[in-house]
Ligand binder design. Structure first.
Ligand code: ATP
Length: 328
């Protein structure tokens, strides 16, 4: 495809994340700046298959930079996982004269996008939008900073009640495969313990550590648990185990759930999303394809989608040490 791109389509897919709207806005306005038409695709890949398209102009994205969620909606599309589904999507894009596609989403979104690109040689670029920060090739994903701030704010509130009643609180945060939210929010909120999937300390060591805290004079504790932590089947089972060892504590469990996805994006996420949105349009115009636009050491970076999907971010060992030292 060597003709210059005249129309770019943008969609949001997978789990929504605060800042996706700021990214959509930046894509739309960068298109306008470079005199290209922008098509919004509703409901992610499902909308691509159904032809749920609408031309979006700069004025259509006024007053959305501060809003959580995504004005384009998101959806999980089983049909896009089939070759027939992807063929329908390609036909719709061609019929609408779209020459490039911008995908805002996570790992699954990029996996589907990569397949689509390989099958139809269709130019596309990814923007990492997920609160989990579990995507290789970028220091931050859109929504992660906002989610951290939301979690810290809630833990601060829970701490008030925990310390008033000698309570031991288990607070489950999002992160089925990655403990980035738990580790960073845990440090930021001053948690006594942080349990993450990347570092399974085991029940015995965990009890030992709680005992140490008690012996040093702690009368209440906050334990931040990542969804994917490996001690016990889930946070409730973990709390049951601990109840047996610490009958003097009033043990409570709080599962923060979807509130972590919502809310107005932080300034960091708005700026990040704006930068990635502009860079994604510029990348397509420069004939880049099959890449994800990220941010590395505060500079725009590009990584092949294949790498972004296959490789994992390591947990920061220095942060693990800081968590251990600051909770004595
Ligand atoms: P989050 O990290 O927030 O969950 P995600 O982008 O990983 O976001 P998924 O639900 O895993 O979210 O993927 C989004 C969509 O991408 C799926 O609904 C599906 O349409 C498409 N997709 C995922 N995996 C594949 C695949 N192997 N082949 C084709 N399409 C896929």
């Amino acid at each position: 495809m060597n003709e210059p791109i005249k129309k770019i389509a943008v969609l949001t897919s997978g789990g929504d994340a605060p800042g996706m709207n700021a990214a959509i806005r930046a894509v739309v306005r960068a298109c306008s700046y470079y005199s290209i038409e922008c098509v919004g695709v509703y409901r992610g890949y499902q909308g691509l298959i159904e032809g749920d398209f609408e031309i979006i102009s700069s004025r259509n994205v006024s007053n959305i930079i501060n809003k959580g969620g995504t004005i384009l909606k998101s959806a999980r599309s089983l049909e896009f996982k089939t070759k027939e589904g992807r063929a329908k999507a390609y036909k719709n894009l061609k019929e609408h004269g779209v020459g490039g596609l911008i995908l805002i989403g996570g790992d699954g979104t990029f996996t589907g996008g990569l397949k689509f690109m390989q099958e139809f040689n269709f130019p596309l670029v990814g923007i990492p939008g997920t609160i989990d920060n579990d995507i290789y090739g970028t220091d931050n994903t859109i929504g992660y900073d906002t989610a951290l701030n939301t979690v810290v704010e809630v833990i601060d509130k829970i701490r008030d009640t925990a310390s008033s009643h000698n309570r031991l609180f288990f607070i489950e945060v999002m992160g089925r495969d990655a403990g980035f939210i738990a580790l960073n929010a845990g440090i930021g909120a001053g948690a006594e313990e942080i349990l993450i999937p990347e570092k399974n300390i085991g029940l015995e060591k965990f009890v030992e550590s709680l005992n140490k805290g008690k012996d040093s004079g702690k009368t209440s504790s906050i334990v931040v648990v990542s969804e994917g932590d490996k001690i016990g089947k889930n946070v409730f089972e973990l709390a049951d185990h601990i109840t047996e060892s610490f009958p003097e504590y009033d043990i409570r469990v709080s599962v923060l759930g979807h509130m972590q996805r919502g809310g107005s994006p932080s300034c960091f996420d708005r700026v990040l999303a704006s930068r990635l949105g502009v860079a994604a349009v510029e990348a397509l115009l420069d004939k880049s394809t099959g890449v994800m636009i990220g941010i590395t050491e505060n500079k725009i970076s590009k990584v092949e989608l294949e790498k972004a999907i296959k490789m994992n971010n390591d947990i920061n060992k220095e942060l693990l040490k800081v968590a251990e030292i600051t909770s004595v």
